[in-house]
Design a protein around this ligand. Sequence first.
Ligand code: AMP
Length: 191
Amino acid sequence: MKYYVLFGPPGAGKGTHAGALAQKYNLKHLSTGELLRAEIAAGSPLGIQARDLIAAGNLVPDEVVEGMIEAAFDSIKDVDGFLLDGFPRTLPQAEALDRITAARNSEVTGVISIMIPDEEVFRRIARRAEIEGRADDASQATIAHRIETYHAQTEPLIEYYRNAGKYHEVNGYPGTIEEVRERVLTMVESI
Ligand code: AMP
């Protein structure tokens, strides 16, 4: 099994480019944000626990997302691997992912990072807010807080995966969606 991680700040285009990658390599796309939004929509206990944290632009507890990822690895069989989008987001999550993949006699195959500057994060999320109506896209303050959270808690993973020789970065800006998709596909081809 392959275990790819799509990495980058909010709004970088992880979800946008996941589809093409998943299709090309027969991977299951797992977005922890989407899984959490489904729990919220279903009104499950997990969704109720996560709702206010997400709306405020905070991360949900590591154990919650780790459990969701492990459950997905256990239950999904008919694929050649997984494409993780939005996970891991903290060092403990990255360490948990190493343990979870090791327990499956495997490891993270590669991390594909899509980088865009903070100003572009604001522009894109403001645009997405009009289309998708996500609660955590709605206010400038929440977007700013998610960017802060990204820098404080998620960015250290760059060093973690660089040290492991697994970090591969493409520019998500400037460029059209098609251009960035081509960069991402070319990068994965080289891994
Ligand atoms: P996303 O759709 O990836 O932007 O995720 C939306 C929100 O879900 C994030 O701002 C977090 O509140 C929460 N979330 C998604 N993935 C994680 C994760 N790996 N760890 C903690 N919180 C997460």
